[in-house]
Design a protein around this ligand. Structure first.
Ligand SMILES: [Zn+2]
Length: 303
């Protein structure tokens, strides 16, 4: 009979990635950690953005490779960063690593995006043309088994069907132990525990492919795309601002539909970080945003 192997703890590739992030934070952020308590007192905020420069990160193998799945790579960075900083500063706060300063090869325009870009991450210069209300989503759903009492946590995605285990693994193991065979019907009654779920703030925005540059006064065609940002980035942007957004291209269903009802899809940008565009004075920004609205209104009149 083949022996059943059970893996415990993280895989080797995950350990390598965690070590690489550990080395990166130790080298690049050691002095920064020491000044954190003051920064937190000043900001009066329990969540602080920690910018991670792309060009620095890729020096630490295998971080560049892990960008094949950039969201889960940043999640690893998040765990490592918060563990390290807690060792150095026993203060109640949370750090949020933000990938910034993408190379030129990752710069794209909003109008160039297509379905084939799904899952890739790029940097876009754009204008914030609409900001919606702040809301939240279940980042990690908590389930409780009414039969054996075990608690199960399941990570979730924004605007997707909530994931739930098909049965209770703990009840299954108990049945195997007791009877030596799997139970005939899926064991365990898992119930969503609303209070124990982990929630995160999110905010939807509309981005437009326009930044006032002397060589390109107005975009052709004007393109808008929806984007979503989370956590401490929420409420940091306003209409008419020109920014560089670093984001993953994701797909979403049409408003008022869902993935079952309809096969049509739209692109949505999952924002990883936002950077100021240097060289645009604020008064100019407002004037330029106003000018853009006029241009857009003229465009609509043409139809
Ligand atoms: Zn159970």
């Amino acid at each position: 009979m083949p022996s059943r192997t059970r893996t415990t703890g993280p895989s080797r590739s995950l350990i390598e990635l965690m070590n690489a992030y550990g080395k990166y934070f130790e080298t690049e952020f050691k002095s920064h950690f020491a000044s954190l308590p003051e920064e937190l007192n000043e900001s009066r905020d329990a969540v602080l953005s920690v910018p991670m420069k792309y060009s620095d990160l890729v020096k630490y193998d295998p971080i560049a490779e892990s960008f094949e799945n950039v969201l889960s790579s940043i999640e690893v960075a998040n765990t490592v960063l918060n563990d390290r900083s807690r060792e150095l500063n026993p203060v109640e706060y949370r750090l949020r690593p933000r990938l910034v300063d993408l190379p030129e090869s990752r710069q794209r325009t909003l109008e160039s995006l297509r379905m084939r870009d799904r899952g890739k991450f790029f940097s876009f210069e754009c204008m914030v043309s609409d900001v919606q209300i702040v809301m939240g989503y279940i980042k990690t759903a908590a389930y409780h088994c009414k039969d054996c009492g075990v608690d199960v946590k399941v990570p979730q995605k924004i605007a997707r069907q909530r994931k739930k285990p098909r049965f209770c693994k703990s009840c299954f193991d108990i049945a195997i132990e007791k009877d030596g065979t799997p139970p005939p019907i899926p064991p365990g009654w898992l119930e969503l525990d609303v209070e124990e779920c982990e929630y995160e703030d999110i905010q939807y925005l509309k981005l437009t492919n326009w930044v006032p540059r002397p060589e390109k006064p107005a975009p052709d065609p004007i393109t808008h795309i929806n984007a979503v940002m989370d956590d401490e980035l929420v409420s940091t942007l306003k209409e008419g601002q020109f920014v560089k957004v670093n984001a993953i291209v994701e797909i979403d269903h049409l408003p008022g539909r869902d993935y079952v009802k309809d096969t049509r899809r739209v692109l949505v940008l999952r924002i990883l970080s936002v950077e100021e565009i240097q060289g645009l004075e604020y008064s100019t920004r407002e004037e330029m945003a106003e000018k853009f609205r006029m241009l857009e209104a003229e465009d609509e009149d043409d139809y």
